[in-house]
Design a binder for this molecule. Structure first.
Ligand code: MCA
Ligand code: AMP
Length: 490
């Protein structure tokens, strides 16, 4: 396989990474990441403490250069989730910036700093375009590149093993769909422990030989600033585009900046048509949507040279086969904009397995087709419209996938909780908001919503905290004793 990052290998002096006032060219990145790669080469696996910083990007690139699989860790993960991820993935090393105080389970590991202070420190004063360490031979395409943890309906998150082949093939399919070139400058503010922010948002520009400016934290001001000073593309989750749509009316500079962008891309959840239309009305530009999953990377997209159509996620990408199946498992042949089926995909974009979970890996496939759990229809010209998902116990909030069962288990451990059920409710900003339905152990002294949110936040990632808590005398159950979540409405 060709190198994952040709511009690094070629020593390009074009800008590559920009985080706040820290920046590296491809050549400088080749130097600092090459030196780090030499230090970690041979490790079976590394964890990266994935703060939204230059050090995280350098650490991930270094591991990929060294052929060492990377486990990105959400720095806001709670104790139980972190313990599961570390125990399950068994990293030999942890990469983090020097200033980070790591939690005990990671502090036990050998730690390697990712700080980039001065590129000449690493090169010993030699020309940055001439890396002191030549990267090891390119690993096999089927070797794991990253292990990204993703929530299911119940139980702890599963580690999705993504091979180098999937990363390369999918980023190249996006090059084609988005006419993505080395001239593109991407701006985004996504977290660096998921596919969207890390693989598309950091590795994508590096593979193209272009650059990325990461905002550290999302703000409409940051988006406007970068898009009006040379950035060409924006990646975001619908919550970010919703906040942009809200701000546009009073912010002509933001509208002007978006008007000048080459491509505005939304994904990770559905962008409501209302937000599509508000942005189009204020800027004359259409946001395009792409549809992906941690296990599959990107499956479909509206193409840069295609017709933008709000409410659709476009057509299958190069290398991706997509079919809809009915409840009997039979493929639906109709392209009638009406018949609903589950999306199944296969192709070079797919993951290899769930780490240590052969049972779950087997259950995820139907004769080689990956079952996404997303329900869709197809327009006559092949555009896919996602209309829902099979599992009611999966919540998408702010673009994060969250399993209800995992939160319920933690809530049930609180001494003030007798019974708990978690649902997602429509939320203008987040798409869905996590709601906890609680039967208190003592009706006259229920634990407060803040206490329950803090309890969940201590064990799980901070975005899994319930935003609303509702108290009931009992949960609605059917004759079998199963909680009837559909009866839980605010
Ligand atoms: C949140 N807060 C809370 C609670 N929930 N406080 C108390 N109780 C709660 N229940 C806190 C937040 O932690 C934050 O605190 C503060 O409230 C305000 O939050 P805000 O800034 O509004 O941001 P947010 O609401 O926390 O986040 C919005 C966001 C975020 C920035 C859009 O959801 C986000 O980054 N989403 C991206 C998710 C993503 O990348 N998904 C991709 C996975 P503090 O300020 O102290 O933190 S999907 C994927 O990869 C597939 C392949 C795909 O298709 O893309
Ligand atoms: P995750 O497992 O966090 O990678 O999330 C993957 C899920 O996000 C998919 O199965 C879809 O349900 C959802 N998703 C991603 N992109 C879109 C989109 N553009 N429109 C609707 N849903 C999406």
């Amino acid at each position: 396989m060709s190198p994952l990052f040709p511009a690094l290998a070629a020593g390009s002096t074009r800008p590559a990474l920009h985080f706040g006032d820290q920046a590296l060219s491809h050549a400088e990145l080749a130097t600092v990441a090459g030196a780090l790669a030499a230090r970690i080469a041979g490790a079976p696996r590394v964890a990266v403490w994935a703060t939204p910083t230059l050090g995280t990007a350098v650490g991930v690139v270094a591991a990929l250069l060294a052929g060492v699989p990377v486990v990105p860790v959400n720095p806001k993960t709670g104790e139980r989730e972190l313990t599961h991820i570390v125990t399950d993935s068994a990293p030999a090393l942890v990469l983090a910036e020097r200033s980070v105080e790591l939690p005990p389970i990671l502090a036990e590991l050998v730690r390697v700093d990712t700080d980039v202070t001065d590129v000449t420190d690493v090169t010993g004063g030699s020309d940055a375009a001439d890396p002191v360490v030549s990267p090891p031979a390119e690993p096999s395409p089927e070797d794991p590149a990253l292990i990204v943890y993703t929530s299911g309906t119940t139980g702890p998150p599963k580690g999705v093993v993504l091979p180098r082949r999937a990363v390369a093939a999918n980023l190249d399919a996006l090059e084609d769909a988005w006419q993505w070139t080395e001239a593109d400058v991407l701006v985004h503010a996504l977290p660096l422990f998921h596919v969207h922010g890390l693989i598309l948002g950091i590795l994508g520009p590096l593979r193209r030989g272009g650059s990325v400016r990461h905002l550290g934290r999302f703000s409409t001001d940051g988006v406007a600033r970068e898009l009006s000073s040379g950035a060409t593309m924006l990646f975001g989750v619908p919550t970010m585009y919703h906040r942009i749509a809200e701000a546009l009316a009073d912010d002509p500079a933001l509208a002007k900046a978006l008007t000048g962008a080459r491509l505005l891309v939304s994904g990770s959840a559905a962008l409501p048509v209302h937000d599509h239309e508000r942005i189009a009305a204020a800027t004359g530009r259409r946001v395009i949507e792409r549809y992906g999953m941690t296990e599959t990377l990107m499956n479909t997209s509206v193409r840069a040279d295609g017709e933008p159509r709000a409410g659709t996620v476009g057509v299958p990408l190069d290398g991706v086969e997509l079919r809809l199946v009915d409840e009997t498992g039979a493929a639906i042949t109709a392209y009638d904009g009406d018949t609903v089926g589950e999306i199944q995909v296969r192709g070079s974009n797919l993951f290899t397995e769930y780490l240590n979970r052969p049972d779950a890996t087997e259950a995820a496939f139907d004769n080689g087709w990956f079952r996404t759990g997303d329900m869709a229809i197809r327009d006559p010209d092949g555009y896919v419209r996602i209309v829902g998902r099979k599992a009611t116990d999966l919540i998408k909030s702010g673009g994060y996938k969250i399993g209800a069962g995992e939160i319920e288990n933690v809530l049930l451990e609180h001494p003030g909780v007798r019974e708990a059920a978690v649902t997602g409710e429509p939320d203008e900003d987040l798409g869905e908001r996590i709601v906890a339905w609680i039967v208190p152990a003592q009706a006259d002294a229920p634990p407060s919503a803040e206490e329950l949110a803090a309890h969940v936040g201590a064990q799980l990632a901070s975005h899994k905290r319930p935003r609303t808590v509702r108290y009931l005398a009992e949960l609605p159950r059917n004759d079998m004793g199963k909680i009837m979540k559909r009866a839980l409405r605010g």
